[in-house]
Design a protein around this ligand. Structure first.
Ligand code: UT7
Length: 324
């Protein structure tokens, strides 16, 4: 028994902030942002619009594409580090919106790898016969934890949501997933406050201090190394050559990291689903946003071999090799 992707969906909020808009707010330039990251614009949630609000749009689109009804969903796993509430978790909040009452629903908080972790978990439940129609979501409102006074990070992030529905199948399907984590790297990328540790008030602004802290170039180097190994691991585990991969669907953090992965796979950039220019780094939402983009514009076809990968705070990272 395998699981297969039956349908995908995504959602970006209406408000678009371009690099030129940011030039007016901080000491940066469109040229710097584009050449260092590939980002041209990002979408920001409207005031009051939450992670689950965006996830609901993406989930309904995935459910419709899968040709199922919300009531048929029997398992929900939701990757996010920007939840609406401390509890109930975002999976359970989404479950209530969809009316899929009673099934297991929960969130995983592994930052930018949240969707890959969620997909891996759902795949195991479907393979084990314990879920027949699993909803996998990645959604974030990173704008709420972005320090808009810090040009090192503020230009990088955006809000959005992506989702897919997994169903059982006799033929693969999801061929493998590989997950990794190394907490020794915590100081390179983290959010400085939390519920248990406590929220601090920034004396300069008198606001709660919950900004993302990142040593960008250090993160960059580790991301390229770990993702490179993850890509090799996924192919080796399935006895496949690089040439078997039809599409790379990477975490959309930086076009230079994505380019390094494409090079490692000997893939031309035309075989990479690239959306970083349109929404920046949306953390757990970025892989499903890219996947849905490639599916809906017709580039990704049934039978194609897809390599999904992500890397994020923790560090956490992982891959999924998927026959679509
Ligand atoms: O999704 C989770 C994983 N995250 C990532 O994978 C992100 C990985 N890191 C990166 O993508 C890149 O390291 C960044 C895009 C964050 C930064 O690019 P970089 O080429 O590593 O630049 P840098 O941090 O080494 O900074 C180079 C210069 C510095 O100036 P000096 O010290 O050379 O004078 C920065 O102060 O660029 C300056 N700088 C900026 N200049 C204009 C930093 N941010 C900006 C900015 N606008 N927004």
């Amino acid at each position: 028994m395998y699981s297969r992707i039956a349908g995908t969906g995504s959602y970006l909020p209406d408000q678009v902030v371009t690099n030129f808009d940011l030039e007016k707010r901080m000491d940066t330039t469109d040229e710097w942002i584009r050449t260092r990251t590939g980002i041209e614009r990002r979408h920001l949630a409207a005031p009051g619009q939450t992670t689950v609000d965006m996830a609901e749009h993406a989930a309904r689109r995935a459910i419709e594409a899968a040709g199922v009804t919300p009531a048929e969903i029997d398992f929900i796993v939701f990757g996010t580090t920007t939840p609406d509430l401390v509890f109930p978790n975002c999976g359970t909040l989404l479950q209530a919106r969809l009316g899929a009452r009673g099934c297991p629903a929960f969130s995983v908080e592994t930052a930018c790898s949240g969707f890959i972790y969620a997909l891996s978990i759902a795949d195991k439940f479907v393979k084990a016969g314990e879920a027949k129609c699993a909803l996998v979501v990645g959604a974030e409102t990173l704008s709420r934890i972005t320090d808009w006074n810090d040009r090192n990070t503020a230009v990088l992030f955006g809000d959005g949501a992506g989702a897919l529905v997994l169903k059982p199948t006799a033929e693969a399907g999801i061929l493998s997933t590989h997950l990794h984590s190394d907490g020794e790297y915590k100081d390179l990328l983290y959010v400085e406050s939390g519920v248990s540790r406590g929220f601090e008030v920034d004396p300069a602004t008198n606001k709660v201090n919950i900004g993302i802290k990142m040593a960008g170039s250090e993160v960059f180097k580790v991301a390229v190394t770990k993702l490179g190994a993850a890509v090799d691991e996924a192919l080796a585990a399935n006895g496949l050559e690089k040439s078997a991969v039809d599409w790379l669907i990477p975490h959309q953090a930086n076009i230079r990291i994505i380019g390094a992965m494409a090079k490692r796979l000997d893939l031309p950039m035309e075989k990479v689903i690239l959306t970083v220019q349109d929404h920046g780094n949306t953390s757990a939402a970025s892989v499903p946003l890219a996947l849905d983009t490639g599916v809906r514009d017709g580039r990704i076809k049934r039978g194609d071999l897809l390599l999904l990968e992500a890397f994020g705070g923790g560090f956490t990272w992982g891959s999924a090799l998927v026959r679509f």
